[in-house]
Design a protein around this ligand. Structure first.
Ligand code: KIV
Length: 311
């Protein structure tokens, strides 16, 4: 920050209440779409807050999106905690979900509980998310039993994308769709409060969510889920390069940012910036006194005299 303390927290309308798990269940029952977005720092959290979304996920997509890693499997718990703490400071109303990074929950139920507790205690997230069915179902059960609400995640699970054959849609065969159904039912049965469906054919999602009671959140899974999630930097057009088919860009913030920094560059180089509006003034009397000091000092140094302080 250049100078002084500033707060960028957006005002929250008084009538907005913190989003609870019963509220999400109610939204699903009423057919009110649930809006979820990722956030990785304080400014993105304040944007999510100001926009009035329902759920904010501190996703391990932070690995690619803000930390520049090639895959989500590379982000550590320590990094997720730093990002999560910043997000917490910017949120008041959305439900906050902390993504459990790869390696923080697979080895045993004890490790999964310890990691989930660490994420909750150190970041202030109210719930956690972990990926995949199979082994993760037992981990989800253990974490739920320890009192921490868990969001499941099926379909394309980026932490294990290599084992899935790459970043591609899942459940495209009848066998794959049955597996997806079984994973989702198992995650629901161990108490997950919601399940993310990522990169699943819309018709398969529709058939599976009809069999589920918990809210479902889709990303590349069609319109049948109870809500949708997108990565903050993707929807704003901050991310550049290849974009998954399911991303809709609602702005081109990257282009806006580059154009602004280019204008700044040009104005510094041409000495147009800073303009009078951007500079501090000084009382003329103080400036005069300072100039007299400088004059005396240069005289003193020329004549090798000692300077007398002004009375
Ligand atoms: O990490 C993430 O951003 C996610 C969403 C895509 C659901 O897991």
């Amino acid at each position: 920050m250049s100078s002084g303390a500033r707060s960028h927290t957006a005002p929250t309308p008084d009538n907005r209440r913190p989003v609870s798990l019963p509220r999400l269940a109610e939204m699903k029952e009423n057919g009110e779409p649930i809006v979820m977005v990722t956030a990785y720092d304080y400014p993105s959290a304040t944007v999510a807050e100001a926009a009035g979304v329902d759920v904010v996920l501190v996703g391990d997509s932070a690995a690619n999106v803000v930390l520049g890693y090639p895959g989500t499997e590379l982000v550590s718990m320590e990094e997720m905690i730093i990002l999560g703490k910043a997000v917490r400071r910017g949120l008041k109303t959305p439900l906050m979900v902390g993504d459990m990074p790869m390696g923080s929950y697979e080895a045993s139920n004890e490790i999964a509980i310890q990691s989930a507790q660490r994420l909750v205690k150190e970041t202030g997230c109210q719930t956690v998310k972990l990926e995949a069915g199979g082994l993760s179902v037992e981990r989800a059960r253990a974490i739920v039993r320890a009192g921490i609400p868990v969001m499941g995640h099926v379909g394309l699970t980026p932490q294990t994308a290599t084992a899935l054959g790459g970043y591609k849609a899942q459940g495209k065969t009848a066998k794959g769709a049955i597996q997806l159904l079984e994973d989702a039912l198992a995650l629901q049965s161990v108490g997950c409060f919601a399940i993310v469906f990522e990169a699943v054919p819309a018709a398969i999602t529709e058939a599976i969510v009809a069999k589920l009671e918990v809210p479902t959140i889709g990303i590349g899974a069609g319109p049948a889920t109870s809500g949708q999630v997108l990565v903050f930097h993707d929807l704003l057009g901050i991310t550049t390069g290849h974009m998954a088919k399911f991303v809709k860009r609602y702005a081109d913030v990257h282009e806006t940012m580059v154009a602004a920094v280019e204008r700044y560059r040009d104005e510094v180089r041409s000495r147009y910036f800073p303009e009078p509006d951007h500079v501090y003034s000084v009382e003329p009397a103080e400036l005069d006194e300072f100039r007299r000091y400088l004059d005396q000092e240069s005289l003193a140094s020329q004549k090798a005299w000692e300077w007398e302080p002004l009375s």
